[in-house]
Design a protein. Structure first.
Ligand code: ATP
Ligand code: MG
Length: 776
């Protein structure tokens, strides 16, 4: 049964008020006026490490170029909506667990969003002011509607924050994390100018890989699934049809012998390893077959055979060997998202051969002998591997053939895995939506270069992210969430939005003050330092944003010299460290955080009492209305929060940001008076941070004799027994990978010596470090 995306006409009357329509008209008008004031913007600009993709909805793309065989324009494309298999663990309900109840505008927003979703509205916008608890609203909507959800985040720091929050809200449901390796690693690329070929980082991150498997499995097997994903979920993965057909079920009493099951496992890309038992391996000892499923971290399955019958199946701890549960049935999923059934694979191989032959000939005819030679070698090698093992390095580049699609058609993605009734939440939609539009083009030029120089067949270009309109056609009901929604999502709803202006704890928008950049005998820097001191003395934290990296560096150095505890966060700092920096700021290990464009949407820092925006009148991307509103919003989670804009003149963006803040504040104050509410700072989970996987409070374990163990900075590790402190990831001179490898070696040694308690402790530490590395 083919599925078509909901084409029901939207019902603009479902929940708008004329008042809101008017508000949106006003916003549009103001924006248009402001744009006229702004300097003309180049189509694509780079602002201190921020790629700004320009208009995301333009596609300068020609499929005739893409397809070297010169086939005509692709056939009219129909979104592929495969039938999803029946669920193995379906029927479980979402159970939201939280200390607090919906408050402020949340109850009304939840009501409106649920009602419109049930009405079948394809698009909705939740315009919730910064700090109005949009995440909790999303959780409530999921819980109320009892529908699986995909939550899109635009960066890793936010994805990790959301993952932590949703895991807390839904401890008994499947909250999964689906990001691409490319978010962490270098994809395959070729730089012609320097003749450099960069291989895809072959050392795939174990944790990410496992979590991706857990996510795809969960979405096919359960109803209570929430997947937190980066925008890279619009990249291709193996088709649902192959992925779900390459599974098998075993139950006690089944007729099966170890040899058959072993063969099945090999077909699913599991590897036999009787000595080193790790994820994706199996081992056979007598009548016991152990499988370490692709989606598990520290659990494995043991199948006990009696002759050619399955006698029992249980779950055990692979490290200690201890049995943890009896199982009634297991369903084994492939150890790769690109496992393909044999007949499909054979067909694919023929087609790959044909394309390779034609392309090599083309290279030769055009005198590109090196390229032709290179392509022939590489494809022959891949084909041999495919024939022999059913897989090869970079198999995803053959996805056109493996999934049986036409040239130019989009590859299968996560959007083919999620069921029709799923909800998509696009968090911080004003950034995330343009990113979805930008993915395709970035990827296209990289693939095209690889194909032009004979590293890959041209068909590799069909292993790509979805184009914007493909995503648009694929997605189920969508709720865009932002304090400053962008034009696309607002147009989708015809300007209708659900609003959250009243914050749950009665907090009002922070007062915004404008001060001169330079005055008599002082500068914005002097003033900012003086104000920071006052705030710090009162127990608050400070965020400062500058326009350039240089200025941020100089300022942090200067503040440091002035005896202030300050740090600087910029685009070169990796996710793990960013999360640590924010946590350390919250914990009070330092007081002032300086940034350029990272102290913005989503960051939940309730301790922040002062936001200083330097050079606020330099109109441009970093000082646009959206940037200002989002940065100002970081002070909206604390009763004493306030904002200083340093500016010698008032730009259009400033005026709009301040007017909007004033309008909201008036509404919020009136509400508080009418309801007799005293605003209270948000009390967000500083304890959660401490307990979270990336908290520093875990059991810490020494590096061993040759490790340069230094004291844990926080000194709060509840070290047990002989546990020593381990330097944190990112500490200077600390070789993270080597430390992990060493810990793993010691864990295995301990297990081999039957010191299971020690082994388990080491394993927990490895897990903690791996999560830390992922920034979760
Ligand atoms: N009903 C509630 N009662 C108390 N605290 C709440 C409630 N809802 C949310 N919060 C807290 O409010 C804080 C801000 O919530 P959240 O991060 O979801 O804001 P947001 O609307 O997404 O803001 P931003 O636009 O900055 O992303 C969080 O620390 C959250 O725990
Ligand atoms: Mg948010």
């Amino acid at each position: 049964m083919a599925r078509t995306p909901s084409s029901r006409p939207r019902k603009p009357n479902a929940h708008p008020t004329t008042d809101k329509m008017q508000a949106w008209e006003n916003i549009k008008k103001l924006r248009a006026e402001a744009d006229a004031l702004d300097d003309p913007k180049p189509n694509a600009q780079t602002v201190t490490g921020v790629e700004f993709a320009g208009d995301p909805f333009v596609y300068d793309f020609d499929y005739n170029v893409l397809d070297a065989r010169g086939s005509a324009a692709p056939p009219a494309w129909q979104p592929h909506r495969p039938d999803l298999p029946e669920k193995f663990e379906g029927g479980k309900r979402f159970e939201l667990v939280s200390d607090y109840q919906p408050a402020g505008d949340q109850p009304a927003a939840i009501e409106a969003l649920c009602a419109a979703a049930q009405e079948g509205d394809k698009d909705q916008v939740l315009l919730g002011v910064t700090g109005s608890g949009k995440t909790f609203t999303m959780a409530q909507v999921i819980n109320r509607l009892q529908r699986p959800a995909l939550i899109l985040a635009h960066n890793k720091t936010l994805a990790a924050q959301l993952y932590g929050e949703f895991k807390n809200f839904f401890p008994n449901n499947a909250v999964e994390y689906f990001v691409s390796y490319y978010d962490y690693y270098q994809p395959e690329a070729y730089v012609p100018r320097t003749d450099t070929y960069i291989e895809k980082e072959s050392n795939i991150n174990e944790q990410i890989d496992r979590m991706r498997h857990a996510a795809t499995r969960a979405i096919l097997e359960r109803d209570d699934v929430i997947i937190i994903s980066s925008v890279s979920c619009i990249y291709g993965i193996g088709s649902v049809e192959s992925y779900s057909s390459m599974t098998f079920v075993l139950k006690p009493g089944d007729r099966a012998d170890p040899q058959t099951v072993t063969r099945d496992l090999v077909a699913l890309q599991y590897k036999r390893n009787d000595i080193y038992f790790a994820r994706g391996n199996f081992r056979l000892r007598g009548d016991a077959l152990d499988i370490f499923p692709a989606h598990y971290e520290d659990r494995a399955w043991r199948i006990l055979f009696f002759g050619d019958e399955v006698e029992a199946i249980h779950e055990f701890d692979p490290l200690t060997g201890k049995k943890t549960a009896d199982l009634e049935a297991i369903k084994v999923y492939a150890n790769s998202h690109h496992t393909t059934p044999r007949p499909t694979l054979s067909q694919a191989i023929e087609k790959i051969k044909a394309e390779a032959k034609a392309r090599v000939e083309w290279f030769e005819q055009n005198g590109l002998l090196i390229e032709g030679q290179r392509l022939k070698q590489r494809t022959d090698f891949d084909l041999e591997m495919l024939l022999a093992t059913g897989s090869c390095a970079g198999i995803e580049n053959y996805s056109r053939y493996l999934s049986g699609r036409n040239p130019g058609e989009p590859p299968p993605t996560m959007f083919e895995y999620i069921p029709d009734n799923a909800l998509v939440f696009v968090d911080e939609s004003h950034v995330t939506i343009p990113q979805i539009g930008g993915m395709f083009r970035g990827d296209y030029s990289r693939k095209k270069t690889l194909s032009d120089y004979g590293f890959r067949l041209p068909s590799c270009m069909d292993n790509r992210p979805l184009r914007f309109e493909e995503w648009d056609a694929m997605r189920p009901q969508t709720i865009s969430v932002s304090a400053t929604p962008g034009p696309w999502e607002m147009n989708q709803t015809g300007g209708v939005f659900v609003e959250q202006v009243i914050r749950p704890t009665g907090l009002i928008d922070p007062p915004v003050e404008i001060r001169p950049v330079t005055g008599q005998g002082f500068t914005q820097v002097d003033d900012c330092i003086a104000e920071s001191r006052t705030t710090i003395a009162a127990g608050g934290r400070v965020l400062v944003t500058t326009l350039t990296k240089k200025m941020a560096e100089d300022l942090s150095e200067y503040m440091h010299e002035q005896g202030l505890k300050v740090r600087y966060m910029h685009s070169d700092i990796d996710t793990v460290e960013r999360i640590e920096i924010i946590r350390d700021l919250r914990l009070g290990n330092f007081d002032i955080l300086i940034g350029i464009n990272l102290l913005r949407e989503g960051l939940d820092i309730p301790e922040c009492q002062l936001v200083c925006i330097l050079d606020a009148d330099k109109e441009g991307f970093l000082r646009s209305e959206t940037s200002l509103v989002q940065t100002i919003g970081r002070a909206a989670r604390n009763v004493d929060g306030r904002v200083i804009l340093y500016a010698d003149s008032i730009t259009g963006s400033m005026k709009r940001a301040i007017d909007e803040t004033d309008r909201r504040r008036a509404k919020q104050v009136a509400w508080n008076e009418a309801n007799d509410i005293t605003p209270q700072s948000i009390r967000s989970n500083i304890h959660d941070i401490l307990n979270s996987p990336y908290g520093k409070e875990g059991v810490t374990i020494g590096l061993g004799a040759d490790g340069d163990a230094t004291a844990n900075v926080k000194g709060k590790g509840r070290g047990r027994g002989k546990a020593e402190a381990l330097p944190e990831a990112g500490a200077p001179g600390h070789n993270f990978k080597a430390a992990l490898a060493d810990l793993e070696k010691r864990m295995r040694a301990a297990a081999a010596d039957l010191e299971f308690e020690e082994a388990a402790r080491l394993r927990d530490e490895i897990k903690r470090l791996e999560r830390l590395e992922l920034g979760m």
